[in-house]
Unconditional design. Sequence first.
Lengths: 235, 260
Amino acid sequence: MITIKNLHKHFGKNKVISGVNLNISEGGVFAILGPNGSGKTTLIKCILGMVIPTMGKIYVRDTSIKNNWIYRRDIDYLPQIANFPSNLSVKELIKMIKDLRGKFCDETPLIERFQLESVLNSKLGTLSGGTKQKVNLLLTFMFDSPLIILDEPTSGLDPIALIRLKELIRQEKIKGKTIVITSHIMSFVEEMADEIVFLLGGQVYYKGTIDGLKKKTAQQDFEHAIATVLTKNYA
Amino acid sequence: MLKILKYSCYDLLRSRWSYVYFLFYLLLGVVLLFLNNDLSKAVITLMNVIIILVPLIGTIFGVMYYYNSKEFTALLLAQPVKRSSIFLGQYLGVALSLSMSLIIGLGLPFVFYGLLESNTIWDFSLLLITGAFLTLIFTALAFNIALYNENKIKGFGYAILLWLFLAVIYDGLFLMSLIVFESYPLDTYSLVATMLNPIDLSRILILLKLDISALLGYTGAVFQKFFGTNLGVLLSTLVLSIWVILPMFNIYRKSKRKDF
């Protein structure tokens, strides 16, 4: 689905990603983990073409993404921080995004799932952080694209919304979609992910299953395995 | 790109600012006509206002709109939309709605005053076209400044400085240089120097058309002598178009390589 070859990204002297090689196969949930500032979001933004790599190549469904924008039709993206034009209402925003993508879709089941009926006519600027995140999720899952990229999808959600989000991710997985997630909530990752990649200092430290990481670090549970990796490398 | 243009215009129409701008020009037109009581005199006064004010408003609006619509831009960037269409669409959205406010706002009072039956209609149209040109130029320059500066305050600062430089300081420097080098032939130099400043160029373009040699000044006179009225008008329009195209091209170029 996604192939990344020798990816480098520098912001001035700050080397955020240095030499990432990665292959994400089709179908399943793929989690990108790493401490703060390890380049998770930058990596995702590179895949989306929002950040231009300093070096290296990225292929989505076997087409190079350089100077290309059509491939984004196959991607649904959930940004980390839900920033919306504040003077639009939720309804208008949905309509606008639908118009821009030029794709037919039915958003009513999602509106029900996240209980957004009551805020449809409110301006986006007046919504709380959690509600904004729900709108954000709605806009992401509205289109039936084969690749879904979620950057910190759990932030600000209440327990009910979180359960519904997990259900939704499982549903999409059964449909055979590829879902890429970044998250700091280890229990969420452990529950959802089929495969993980651990980024450290802009490089791939580990790629494989969660069980594999537990074995590698000789730890019983996932959270401690991650903690071992971090203390080893930072101590 | 047309969809982005549509949403930018829609966004601006909702934001009330374009109405304020429109009402301002409406009021200006009415007051000028009332005070001057004469169409052609009002046109000259209007020229002085347009040449200073339109660039200022274009600059401020351009910078403000860019920074204000950052969230909208971020949303669009993840959608299957070409990058250059996002920025060029937003730019055209601002510049065209500003030009519309200018043309309609000033046009209405003059039309009611009986512009259509008078001889000044061509002078007046040229004035509006120049105003539209200046809006396009300065909004594009403002977008360039904003694209290069992530920091809002810095962006605003540079934009205001640019306006101040082209509207006021440039003339001073130019005059001083003429005095310092007065013993040399300065025809070509002053022609080039005028073309490098869209505000000066617009002034000369309008004055050439109005045929008021007293107001032309040195450069205007050189312009007229060199190119004659018709060729002069044609040439300055051409240079103004270049002034629009170059910054627009740079928006296209820069937006392709920027990280978000």
